[in-house]
Write a protein that binds this ligand. Structure first.
Ligand SMILES: Nc1ncnc2c1ncn2[C@@H]1O[C@H](COP(=O)(O)OP(=O)(O)O)[C@@H](O)[C@H]1O
Ligand SMILES: [Mg+2]
Length: 171
């Protein structure tokens, strides 16, 4: 399984990565975002929305748990931040969204890993010590669809060499 680690040096670069993901996204894709508050999860979702030709502005749906945007495909922006237990998350009945006609992007996915689809792209976002504006973003595919997506993304990322950290490899 190939994974990809990128370093973003600005919110704009994180959005650019998101927009590539949005362009490559297909029906029923599931992107799981993990990482501390402020690492740029919502920023990445804004890029994904842009890449899906969503015209509205994507913001953090923390208070509503799920927000839908209309683009080339529907975008379901889900946020587990306010949820406390796995039962609460399971009760939401998100299966129809995960296996539906759009793209699901889940913030704070670490809170609900037991109930999300096994096939997914796990995107973990990390602060880089000392720097205010650098983030390390690791994309780990689970399943054939996402192996393919990572291959495509690697091709695209040849054009944004500044983001390539060189820390690529097989697990
Ligand atoms: N490289 C970067 N990528 C993303 N956000 C960054 C970056 N550098 C600084 N930031 C700032 O960090 C904050 C990220 O906020 P947000 O996307 O809401 O994070 P999260 O959803 O993970 O809590 C924003 O204020 C953004 O301007
Ligand atoms: Mg957020």
């Amino acid at each position: 399984m190939q994974f990809l680690t990128l370093n973003s040096h600005s919110p704009q670069q994180t959005q650019l990565l998101g927009s590539y993901l949005g362009k490559l996204a297909r029906k029923a894709d599931v992107f799981l975002l993990t990482g501390e508050l402020g690492t740029g999860k919502t920023c990445l979702v804004q890029g994904i929305a842009h890449g899906l030709n969503v015209e509205e502005y994507a913001f953090s749906p923390s208070f509503v748990i799920l927000r839908q945007y209309h683009g080339r495909l529907p975008l379901y922006h889900i946020d587990f931040y306010r949820l406390d237990s796995i039962d609460e998350i399971a009760d939401l009945g998100l299966e129809d969204y995960f296996h539906g006609d759009g793209v699901c992007v889940v913030e704070w996915a670490e809170k609900g890993l037991q109930i999300v689809p096994h096939d997914n792209l796990l995107i973990s976002m990390h602060y880089v010590p000392i720097s205010q504006t650098e983030r390390s973003i690791r994309l780990k595919p689970h399943g054939d669809r996402y192996d393919e997506l990572i291959k495509q993304l690697k091709k695209e990322s040849e054009y944004w060499p500044k983001m390539r950290s060189g820390k690529r490899g097989a697990i």
